[in-house]
Design a protein around this ligand. Sequence first.
Ligand SMILES: [Zn+2]
Ligand SMILES: [Zn+2]
Length: 271
Amino acid sequence: MDLIIWFFEAVARRAPTSIQVESTRYLVGAVGTWLVVWVLLSGVLAPRKIRKPTRRAAQIRRELLYSGSTVIVFMVMGVFVYEGAAQGWFRFYSDVSDYGWAYLILSIAGLVVFHDAYFYWTHRVMHHPKLFRAFHRVHHLSKNPTPFTAYSFDAAEAAVNFMVIPLYCMIVPTHDIATMIYMWMMIVRNAAGHCGYELMPRGWTKNPILDRFTTITHHDMHHEKMTGNYALYFTWWDRWMGTEHADTNARFEAITEQGDRTIRVADGQRA
Ligand SMILES: [Zn+2]
Ligand SMILES: [Zn+2]
């Protein structure tokens, strides 16, 4: 009982700052991506639309509602991490010179690789028919995603997704700046990954290094088909486990080739 009261007091104390941090990150990441891709660059990017637009008003309203719930879950869990850090549960450190800048950058790269593996496996598990309804149904209500799909989760899925940070910080010494930089990178990449337009340059999947990184088409196909292409940043888990849709790269190249050709023709007409 004392533990519950202590936790509620901690949430009440940290809520104003924490909710500000989480909602700012969401607004800049998701609304910023929407503003840049869907408003400012919509004309230029139109030929690179991955699928035909569908009715979005009700979908976006629902996504914003669930994103609000995700922000609250992240806020509460953020308090758990702050308080846990004070109790010494995590290997946070505050002086950069303890490990140096090269280590700090490496720890962010480590978090990217760790999160990719964590996301692949928790995502696959949440697709199990016995868990799908409770954990992952809301995210897949968005069959044709928008930048606001990025945080549109059931509360249970939001909690699972957040756990990657405390788990990593229990194992690896991590500076506050590293988690902050990573959380910003994550929301921007996540919103871009759901934006519905292919943003990567043509030839991406033909380059042996770039082909290791997922394209926007990769996750868009996951929403379209409701299965396969489970990974977040890298293509290797889907390939090792045989869950990548065989036509993913062909779809990507067709979209970017057709998109770039249309843009060239339009430029020629204007010239
Ligand atoms: Zn899924
Ligand atoms: Zn998604």
